[in-house]
Design a protein around this ligand. Structure first.
Ligand code: F6R
Length: 607
């Protein structure tokens, strides 16, 4: 979604702002702009389309050492130059960039119009610039504080005034804002990727805080002017992690990183001696872990699929009742919070609005909510009651891949921990660990056969519709495969339980609609084979993701990709990798923008 960058320091601001915007591209956007101040004049450049379009209109040597920039993902008003940020007031005194949604902008705008103000854009954000200008009496910080108290909705705002050179004011309510501390220079960003090239020292601005930033320092206060002590934190990500490092796309890089990222998610969390998992971040005593009677998981998109898979693991292996629900549904159905129940909010970004708001509602009702997140310092881990960081490193491609397998890893560890506290024996625990430790190498072996999926993609990317079918723990994997394909190739795809096709989807089967079956060598294999035969009998094309050496499946299917033989427990890791690669290669075949698919955003911070 939208991205923010701000700079004040000794260097020319424009190149720094544009480079920051470039790093924010991954969030998804449709227009971009910057505002730079020089000699008390604010100059704004903004363009629909990619940063390359913006670059064309920004002079190479633009003077001015402080400014703000923004990538916009349209919510209010069409995608055009005018609606792009930054927005200025009528006198060009104030410029603002805004992430989030102002819910009461219509009434605020009407009031300002009655007073004679004339608006130029269709956005909800322009009203913020007008409000601040209206309230300004020589103190930008004060005007911002007064203005934001009139806003309803969410915002991460950075603004500047031509009469207060070198000063940026940032404010946050619901949309992330992070301050980067450099050597005699300061940065503001909507996330650390915008600033990591310049500094690793950051301060996270919290909801209800306002930060006044100058090149030599910053002051954080709340809306009642009380000063707030902020902790300076160090980002652990390296700059190269947000670069492609020889890969054609971030998605390709992230798929191929998975053997290492799974390993990273496991590191330090296996207790070989006691045959169990160690998850200290849960912040729960042994007694509290013992008393868990139910687990409830909520999330969106790919994270939801990881959570759904976890519900199979927790019930089957740890024998703890577990349900998984879409966060967006959970939030609005006035959920009952039961005793001895722990909740998991799963989110790569840690900022997804649906998941965050569901978490807050559960916490208001007294629930203990744990987070499974990737982005360190993001809102869900900060507000949750404990949790697990998956340590995948930055996931830049919009389509989530490595976060999924690391989220699974975290849930496998939690399942082990729960099972060992209940019925699982020491020996069984040690065997579980052995299987889990074999995953990175088996994932590498699967990735080594990526070329086969490239060939399959050539053959099948002409399809208009696709079915993904699996059972048991591979049912959520089928859902994930369908989501990956549709979001980056735009081929219509549906995921179902293989058993479910006879209840409806089989009506779609014809020679042009391929069905991809997940057929690991597990207890449901024979049943899935029967479902494959039902499709074949109706002249449907069948692709099978099976296990090396399974000749029966190879004989039935039109095409097969075989993953290495492994224990049933860890099949989902091996089954999902070919689906990620198939989606990637299909998207390439079709010439799609793999890393930034149309209409999508990386971190969905609006409802
Ligand atoms: C799919 C995808 C999305 C996200 C969803 C939740 O590839 O990336 O479906 O999984 O928007 O995002 P997080 O995990 O950041 O909460």
């Amino acid at each position: 979604m939208c991205g923010i960058i701000g700079y004040c320091g000794p260097r020319p601001a424009a190149p720094i702002l544009i480079e920051g915007l470039k790093r924010l591209e991954y969030r998804g956007y449709d227009s971009a702009g910057i505002c730079v101040a020089d000699h008390e004049v604010l100059t704004v450049f903004k363009k629909k389309g990619k940063i390359a379009e913006l670059r064309k209109v920004v002079p190479a040597k633009l003077p001015g050492c402080y400014g703000i920039g923004h990538t916009r993902w349209a919510t209010h008003g069409e995608v055009n130059d005018i609606n792009a940020h930054p927005h200025v007031d009528e006198k060009n005194d104030i410029a603002i960039v805004h992430n989030g949604i102002i819910e009461n902008y219509t009434s605020l705008r009407e009031k300002l119009e009655e007073e004679g103000h004339v608006f130029h854009t269709q956005t909800d954000s322009e009203v913020i610039a007008y409000l601040i200008a209206d309230l300004y009496e020589g103190d930008l910080e004060r005007a911002v504080k007064q203005a934001v108290q009139l806003l309803k909705g969410t915002y991460g705002i950075v603004c500047m005034h031509r009469n207060e050179p070198g000063l940026l004011i940032g404010a946050r309510n619901g949309s992330p804002l992070v301050l980067g501390i450099g050597d005699d220079e300061m940065f503001l960003g909507s996330d650390v990727t915008a600033i990591i090239a310049h500094t690793k020292q950051v301060v996270y601005v919290e909801d209800g805080e306002v930060v006044a930033v100058r090149a030599d320092g910053f002051i954080t206060t709340d809306l009642r002017d009380r000063s707030v002590d902020k902790k300076v934190e160090t980002i652990t990500w390296e700059l190269q992690e947000i670069e492609k490092e020889g890969f054609d796309h971030f998605m390709q890089k992230e798929i191929f990183e998975q053997s290492q990222t799974i390993l990273r998610a496991l590191q330090g969390r296996l207790d070989h001696e006691n045959g169990t998992g160690k998850l200290d971040g849960l912040n729960m005593s042994k007694q509290e872990l013992h008393s868990i009677e139910r687990v409830k998981i909520f999330a969106a998109g790919t994270s939801y699929h990881a959570g759904l898979l976890a519900s199979y693991l927790l019930e089957n292996i740890a024998r703890i009742p577990c349900t998984t629900e879409l966060a967006s549904e959970l939030r609005y159905r006035n959920p009952l919070v039961e005793r001895n129940t722990v909740y998991f909010a799963v989110s790569q970004s840690g900022e997804t609005a649906d998941t965050l708001y569901a978490m807050r509602e559960l916490q208001r009702k007294g629930a203990r909510v744990l987070g499974i997140c990737n982005v360190v310092g993001s809102t869900i881990p900060r507000e949750s009651d404990g949790g697990v960081y998956i340590h995948s490193g930055p996931e830049i491609a919009v389509a989530s891949t490595k976060a999924f397998t690391s989220q699974l890893t975290a849930f496998y560890l939690f399942t082990l921990l729960m099972a060992r506290m209940r019925h699982m024996s020491l020996d069984q625990g040690r065997v579980f660990i052995r299987h889990l430790e074999s995953v990175p190498d088996l994932v590498s072996a699967t990735l080594a056969k990526a070329g086969e999926l490239k060939v399959l993609a050539k053959k099948y990317s002409v399809a208009q519709d696709f079915l993904f079918l699996g059972r048991g723990t591979n049912y959520p994997v089928a859902l994930e495969g369908a989501l990956k394909l549709k979001e980056i190739s735009y081929i219509h795809a549906e995921g179902y339980s293989a058993a479910e096709i006879k209840h409806g989807p089989i009506a779609l089967i014809n020679e042009k609609t391929p069905s991809l079956f997940l057929v690991p060598n597990d207890s449901l294999r024979d049943k899935v084979i029967s479902n494959m035969k039902e499709v074949k009998a109706r002249k449907g094309k069948v692709i099978a993701i099976s296990v090396e050496g399974d000749n029966e499946v190879a004989d039935i299917a039109d095409d097969v990709f075989a993953v290495p033989a492994a224990d049933e427990l860890i099949h989902p890791f091996l089954m999902v990798v070919p689906l990620q690669l198939l989606a990637y290669y299909c998207a390439l075949e079709l010439g799609r923008d793999v890393d930034q698919p149309r209409n999508l955003a990386k971190s969905v911070t609006v409802e």
